[in-house]
Ligand binder design. Structure first.
Ligand SMILES: Nc1ncnc2c1ncn2[C@@H]1O[C@H](COP(=O)(O)OP(=O)(O)OP(=O)(O)O)[C@@H](O)[C@H]1O
Length: 854
């Protein structure tokens, strides 16, 4: 029997009481330190299985809710005690439960064939708590009047509802909006972008420098789509970004949540889109997919997503009339016919390649540089997902035939600061010279006044943490400490040649627990402290009713919650987790899968087990003058006001990491960090009126440019350290890409051709040869440098391989030299300097500890 260890707790606990089914069985001989809260009956058959079959790969994927069910009354839970009374508490509004009561709907009839239309269900997003896309029941034509249309006495208003504007009415809608002064007028490039997207319904790529209004375009088209689609808006338009904080800027969700894929570890994880309501959603409902900050979404992600959408369309057909049903995959349009809009600047932050843990690396099939260079797990045969390449290097990009719109007017910085804008442009393109740095350093040689509340932007977590500590020290109240709890759970059916002890050791010492970058082991907080949320706790964005609380949302701690408020929040969360667990179990059983507990069930179960005890044992300790923890008997939870006014009690959250084929490591911690300073990665997409920036020690391409371009003008920028040439790293691939784009733009103007990319498409369109795809066009306009094309082709797919092995995408079929370069030496965790090796001081890659700038 697998054992469970609390990494932080040396003393084993007495064995737990025998319980009735397999999830519980896991705990029977455990050294679980934290006692489980009172529970209702658990799922009856659960085998925590390392090898998720394809259709079991629904970690974060399946979010179905079952029929109304009697709730088993739990034993009274241990009440929370507050360690210290909260001084001078403001009267507070009643706390809202974080996890809302789960809506209960009649059970849908069991689906027999894909063609049979499923009854709508309410589903929950992967790591959020809210239904992200709600499959609403179709409204009957003579629907009850909406509350908004009822007059005061409750009688129906006679005025007919305004019909939703068709897409072709966008220009009139925009004009009326601008005339009413509801939004600043769009510039001509922004208008062209909107026209391509809304009126012409084209797949569009909107790009431009930081502050040129890309997100503004997105918000404008979303406002229109809200009118156009009415009630169905949140189902017809999927608004996504690769990171939580980027998603907040466009009121969207992460692409991981929207697709239900979560954070993919293996290629197979993308098949989660086949699960439950996702297939319905993406084939029957979604018409437009908008991805903001596309530079951070890897080509590998985009390719997998595109393929999955085509596959779903093949099996279920698109829309009401099941268009493309059973059509050969190659004849189905890119992304299954969904209109795709990608927005971003490839000179900004690139995708972060997936980490391959040292121990996982050794499990790769005969090493990475062998057997077609496919990083496959030797036991499970799963193909690892490595998050490689820019989106424009993907086959999906080529297939989408994007129309390209380049926004060229900077709106973030005023027109009076033309010189500063041009300077930023040169930094973006890597064309800045010494005199530019001198000018920049002169502009930034100042210190902001404290009352301007400047946000500090630094490249590394180490420096950000130091600044945050200073910010905390400035507050008078004593700090309260929140500690993490960690534990591991090896899978039951680990391969026979590995012992449980070995696996347990591997899990306990894995990077996720030892060097967790998601949350700190201890977090000190005070009332009044500026904070940053680190986890999606409520991704609701329907009708923009309430501010979504997602990774990256900022706020301030107003005070400590009272015992009653904390208890109410905790209770609501527990009820919510129980319901969700029950629903996940029912959904699995309804499919006839009796023996495999899903990853989602595992996660919910763990959180439910540990939450209350974690709050009691790890939250709100005192800190002495030497910084040592003084354990207090009670507990404290922060009451936070988030940036747009929403107020919540914040509870600890569960973070987990599965080591493929071995088990799961868990960390529970309050999902907050101090927000006086942010890393450059977190700052992407922000517009700041006062920022203190340091680019020194930038390690990623585009990082320094992102940091410097957050400000609204030269006056808003203060430099913590002077900028030097070495700090600016320009992505070469992006340079090549934009060279190609600019050249194509010039040619397309002459040819009247739409802009799409990729050597094959270019060759077809312009009639060139393999080595000179723009051959024919060269006679008409200036062609791109061949080097630019070569650079882009370097990671272009090999079509032959894809045809031979359709499940293996080209990202896994690199030449050894390319693969080695990308993974760096012999895998992450090694001491190799370069991409794979980490500095043991700051945990960043690219330098030794001796050269550590932090
Ligand atoms: N047409 C416009 N008129 C006036 N202000 C605008 C216009 N377009 C954008 N803005 C403003 O300019 C600022 C920057 O816009 P936005 O955030 O959309 O830029 P971005 O291109 O997405 O930047 P980044 O790449 O840094 O995320 C915002 O404050 C936005 O409100």
């Amino acid at each position: 029997m697998a054992e469970v260890f609390d990494v932080d707790a040396p003393a084993p606990q007495p064995p737990q009481k025998k319980r009735s089914h397999d999830v519980i069985d896991l705990l029977e001989d455990d050294d679980v330190v934290i006692v489980a809260p009172p529970k209702k009956p658990r799922p009856e058959v659960v085998d925590v299985d390392a090898i998720d079959s394809d259709d079991d790969a629904d970690d974060n994927g399946e979010r179905g809710l079952g029929p109304p069910r009697p709730r088993v009354k739990p034993e009274p839970p241990r009440a929370l005690a507050v360690a210290q009374p909260c001084p001078a508490q403001r009267p507070v509004p009643k706390p809202e439960p974080r996890g809302p009561p789960v809506p209960v709907k009649p059970e849908p009839k069991k689906e027999v064939k894909p063609k049979v239309e499923q009854k709508p269900k309410v589903e929950l997003d992967d790591d959020g708590d809210q239904p992200m896309f709600t499959l609403k029941k179709k409204k009957k034509k003579a629907a009850a009047p909406s509350p908004a249309r009822l007059s005061e006495d409750g009688s129906d208003d006679d005025e007919p509802a305004e019909p939703p504007p068709p897409r072709s009415a966008f220009p009139q809608w925009l004009k009326a909006r601008e005339d009413a002064g509801d939004a600043p007028p769009l510039d001509p490039d922004q208008r062209r972008a909107c026209d391509c997207i809304v009126v012409q319904s084209k797949n569009t790529f909107v790009t431009g420098s930081g502050g040129n209004g890309k997100s503004h375009v997105t918000r404008t088209i979303l406002d229109f789509f809200e009118k156009h689609y009415g009630d169905q808006y949140s189902q017809k338009v999927a608004v996504c970004a690769p990171t939580g904080i980027a998603a907040t800027h466009v009121n969207g969700t992460t692409i991981h949540s929207a697709t239900g894929i979560g954070v993919p570890k293996c290629q197979e994880d993308f098949r989660r889109m086949h699960q439950g309501f996702r297939k319905e959603l993406w084939t029957k409902l979604v018409e437009v997919l908008i991805i903001d900050e596309i530079s951070m979404l890897s080509g590998e992600w985009l390719d997998n997503l595109e393929r999955m959408l085509r596959e779903l369309t093949h099996y279920y057909g698109r829309g009401e009339f099941q268009q493309y049903l059973r059509m050969p995959m190659k004849d189905i349009p890119a992304f299954g016919g969904i209109q795709v809009v990608v927005v971003g600047d490839f000179y900004q932050l690139p995708p972060i390649p997936a980490t391959i843990h040292g121990e996982t690396f050794q499990r790769l099939d005969h090493g990475l540089f062998h057997a077609q260079h496919i990083p496959k797990d030797s036991h499970t045969k799963k193909i690892y997902f490595t998050n490689r390449g820019y989106a424009f290097q993907s086959m999906a990009w080529r297939a989408a035939e994007f129309v390209y719109v380049h926004l060229r007017t900077c709106h973030r910085i005023g027109a009076s600061e033309r010189e500063f804008v041009q300077l930023m442009g040169r930094i973006r393109r890597g064309e800045a010279r010494d005199k530019d740095y001198d000018r920049l350093n002169k502009v930034g040689a100042k210190t902001h006044a404290d009352d301007a509340e400047p946000t500090e932007i630094w490249p590394t977590n180490a420096k950000v943490n130091a600044v945050n500590r200073q910010g905390l020290e400035r507050l008078k109240d004593p700090p309260k400490r929140f500690e993490h709890g960690t534990w591991v759970r090896p899978f039951k059916n680990i391969p026979p040649y590995i012992s449980v002890d070995e696996v347990t050791h591997a899990l306990k010492t894995c990077d996720f627990i030892k060097y967790n970058k998601l949350v700190e082991p201890t977090v000190d907080l005070k009332p009044g402290a500026r904070i940053l949320l680190l986890k999606n706790i409520d991704t609701r964005n329907e009708a923009k009713k309430e501010q979504p609380l997602v990774n990256g949302t900022t706020g301030r701690i107003l005070r400590w919650a009272t015992a009653a408020e904390a208890e109410a929040a905790l209770k609501a969360r527990e009820v919510y987790l129980e319901d969700k667990l029950e629903a996940a179990r029912e959904q699995r059983l309804a499919k006839g899968k009796r023996s495999h507990e899903t990853s989602l069930e595992r996660k919910l179960y763990e959180e439910l087990q540990k939450l209350r005890e974690h709050v009691l044992q790890h939250c709100g300790h005192d800190v002495d003058k030497q910084g040592q923890t003084i354990k207090t008997a009670g507990t404290l939870l922060p009451w936070v006001r988030f940036s747009k006014g929403r107020e919540e009690v914040v509870l600890p959250a569960l973070f987990d990491d599965e080591l493929v084929g071995q088990g799961v490591a868990y960390v529970m911690q309050i999902p907050l960090k101090l927000g006086y300073a942010v890393t450059i990665h977190k700052s992407q997409g922000m517009s700041l009126d006062a920022a203190t920036v340091s680019c020194s020690g930038s390690f990623a391409e585009g990082q320094a440019y992102v940091a410097l371009s957050r400000v609204t003008g030269a006056n808003a920028l203060a430099l913590a350290r002077p900028v030097r040439g070495v700090d600016i790293k320009t992505p070469k691939m992006a340079t090549a890409f934009y060279e190609l784009l600019n050249s194509l733009e010039a040619q397309a103007k002459i040819l009247g051709a739409p802009l799409d990319l990729g050597p094959l498409a270019l060759r077809e369109r312009f009639g060139g040869t393999e080595h000179d795809p723009l051959g024919a066009a060269r006679g008409i306009g200036p062609g791109p440098q061949l080097t630019a094309l070569e650079a882009i082709e370097r990671l272009e797919p090999s079509l032959d391989i894809e045809e031979e092995q359709p499940h293996v995408l080209h990202w896994q079929t690199k030449k050894p030299s390319v693969a080695r370069e990308e993974f760096g030496g012999h895998g992450v965790g090694s001491t190799t300097k370069g991409k794979g090796g980490k500095c043991f001081k700051c945990q960043q890659v690219g330098h030794w500890a001796a050269e550590c700038p932090n």
